[in-house]
Design a protein around this ligand. Structure first.
Ligand code: FAD
Ligand code: SF4
Length: 600
């Protein structure tokens, strides 16, 4: 048999290593996270046990529960997961000629073989030269562990635990580091996705977070709530034949690592310019623009009508999907950038836009969102215990009704809850009701599961938690008792017709199909409208026929010179990342306007 000796090159000290058979990670880390070991099963001198190897100087440092005197030829090295031997009868040590074990490592953006000599004490580390061909290994898309469904419906703790190091390293090994990365084009804020993924692959987790933050100031939030399946992951080349790289989970991993290890550092800020910017609304749109312009050296103040900044991130999306401590940490990052926040400040009541210009702001960005509750106009919709999704979620999230009696906010409750709607908001209400102790929670939606606008992950989680779905059902009347408390919903069965203006099949009621659903609490989650308070103080601001702010350029110029707008207040209810994308465009335009030294 031809003796294969593998050329050596400088070995990577961070050794993300995988079994060549089952592709599971072979890495373990010291508790301080600074040192990586390979974990293998070793058989030697009639003993079998664990062997740990870590690259040190020119050789290996060893830890083993089996006696391994120098010079011993071990009988076998195997994977601790699948127990299959990794000793390769066709491979030999490049130094002493003994047999070599073969595993995989992620090096220079590719999976490549790594060889280990079976002679104890031999310093040889057979890493291939980087030009050696990369090995094609089918690594499955990694799944993040989650809180068990039966447990989590009794608490508000986060459902997904995210990737650990091993899963993150395994997942990045799937990325092809495309020359023309389609994933970047799918991201509204154009994160350098392959760039941050390569940093993770090299074990540079903090650098990965910094790379993301070059274009996204809220990575831990986006890594949790962005609909990646419709954006970057939808565009990923691997998705054509199989499953795309789990970009969102990797983004979360990098951001969480940076925060949890206290490694958050501030970007270099431009010198103070003297320009002042007012931002109205502190949701993801307002926060993004504030960060972008603070870095450019401008003085930025965010006006927020509620007592806490964050917009939907704090009052809408529940703790179990987006812990508030994470939103707070990302807002604190903005504070450290120098952004000022004025809370309990309703623009339109406390200040008009003219007042803000008079105070000395040269540019104003309106990001007031689409938080106006919308009802269906059903007979009986004003019975007690029928609530808008906004009120319900605000009580529970922002005002922490779930933490009663620590927080003295009354929370509406019901044993049989019906949630009307099929979007993220409906899923959040249904899952919240379950956690608040409801016995039976049903979502009614007038189209089918295929047309539901909610994120796939949210629907799957809701199903796992025992939420019931009634598709092709529309409520037409609320029925109450003599005390005016809701008791039932009269519904009608629907069928799908031709496509409507939204491109979805139009739901059509089936005559005579009426039936009753028992309900002692109803949450209406069928959409929302533009937050109206601002408009009383915005003379000359043109709105479109739906009541949202009319913009006149892709960067969000409004009818008032010096005033830009972006996010849900322009588009209607959309996504976190689309609000952030709009804000980045406005920030760029404001910056260019300032550079010209004048107001627009
Ligand atoms: P908002 O986040 O709505 O923030 C607007 C802010 O402006 C608010 O804080 C408001 O109090 C403040 N404001 C309003 N009027 C004034 C005024 N006159 N003066 C001062 N301040 C004012 N998107 C996703 O991508 N993924 C999800 O999983 C997801 N889940 C969602 C769940 C729920 C329950 C809801 C309601 C929305 C969800 N969305 C999700 C949508 C997403 O949150 C929004 O698209 C996004 O927050 C819009 O950002 P924004 O900055 O435009 O406005
Ligand atoms: Fe990696 Fe997919 Fe982006 Fe290519 S498209 S760089 S495989 S994440």
């Amino acid at each position: 048999m031809a003796k294969k000796t593998n050329a050596e090159s400088t070995p990577a000290m961070e050794l993300p290593a995988f079994c060549p058979h089952c592709h599971q990670s072979l890495n373990v880390y010291d508790p301080d996270g600074n040192r990586v070991w390979l974990r293998l099963v070793v058989s030697a001198s009639g003993h079998r046990g664990e062997l740990r190897l870590s690259p040190k100087d020119e050789g290996w440092e060893r830890l083993s529960d089996v006696p391994l005197p120098e010079g011993t030829i071990v009988e076998d090295l195997a994977c601790p997961h699948c127990q299959i031997s990794i000793v390769d009868p066709a491979s030999h040590c490049g130094q002493c000629g003994s047999l070599a074990a073969r595993l995989m490592t992620f090096s220079q953006g590719k999976l490549r073989p790594l060889y280990i000599c079976v002679k104890v004490g031999c310093p040889w580390r057979g890493l291939p030269k980087v030009e050696a061909p990369a090995i094609k290994v089918e690594v499955a898309r990694q799944k993040a562990p989650e809180q068990d469904a039966l447990l989590r419906i009794r608490n508000f703790s986060e459902v997904s635990y995210g990737f650990n190091r091993e899963a993150a390293l395994q997942e990045v090994s799937r990325c092809l580091n495309c020359k023309k990365p389609r994933c970047v084009a799918g991201c509204p804020v154009e994160i350098d996705i392959p760039g941050f993924i390569q940093h993770i692959g090299a074990g540079q987790f903090v650098e990965a977070a910094r790379k993301i933050k070059e274009t996204n100031a809220l990575p831990a939030i986006c890594g949790r709530v962005c609909p990646q399946e419709d954006q970057c992951e939808k565009a990923c080349i691997l998705g054509i034949k199989g499953e795309p790289v789990a970009i969102g989970k990797l983004e979360r991993f990098a951001a969480d690592f940076e925060r949890e290890t206290d490694a958050v550092s501030m970007p270099r800020k431009a010198p103070v310019t003297g320009f002042r910017v007012a931002v109205v609304g502190s949701g993801p749109g307002g926060l993004t623009l504030a960060a972008d312009l603070a870095i450019k050296g401008h003085s930025v103040t965010v006006y927020e009508s509620l007592h806490k900044p964050g917009g939907v991130l704090v009052y809408g999306i529940p703790e179990f999907r987006l812990p508030k401590a994470i939103v707070e940490a990302e807002i604190n990052y903005l504070r450290r950038l120098g952004v000022k926040f004025e809370q309990n400040a309703i623009v339109g009541r406390l200040y008009t836009l003219d007042d803000l210009f008079a105070i000395g702001y040269q540019a104003i960005f309106l990001a007031t969102g689409a938080g106006l509750p919308v009802f269906m106009g059903l007979p009986g919709e004003n019975f007690c215990n029928i609530l808008s999704a906004n009120e319900y979620l605000t009580r529970i999230n922002l005002m922490k009704a779930y933490a009663f009696p620590d927080y003295d906010t009354p929370a509406p409750r019901g044993r049989q809850v019906v949630v009307i709607g099929g979007g993220n908001v409906a899923m959040d209400c249904a899952r919240t009701a379950l956690r608040m102790g409801s016995r039976d929670v049903t979502v009614v939606y007038r189209r089918t599961k295929d047309e539901m606008p909610a994120r796939v992950e949210e629907v799957v989680h809701a199903e796992e938690e025992g939420i019931r779905f009634r598709f092709l059902v529309n409520p037409i009347r609320c029925i109450g008792d003599d005390q005016r408390w809701v008791r039932q919903l009269e519904c009608v069965q629907m069928k799908l017709g031709d496509l409507d203006a939204s491109g979805r099949p139009r739901p059509i009621p089936i005559a005579g199909s009426n039936f009753l659903l028992e309900a002692d609490m109803v949450v209406v989650a069928v959409g929302s409208g533009p937050n109206p308070a601002l408009f009383a103080g915005a003379r000359g601001l043109v709105r479109n026929e739906r009541g949202y702010i009319q913009i006149y350029s892709p960067s969000g110029k409004t009818s008032i010179p010096g005033v830009w707008a972006g996010g849900d207040i322009v588009t209607g209810s959309a996504t976190v990342i689309s609000a952030m994308g709009a804000a980045r465009k406005a920030a760029k335009d404001i910056q260019e306007t300032f550079l010209q030294g004048k107001k627009d």
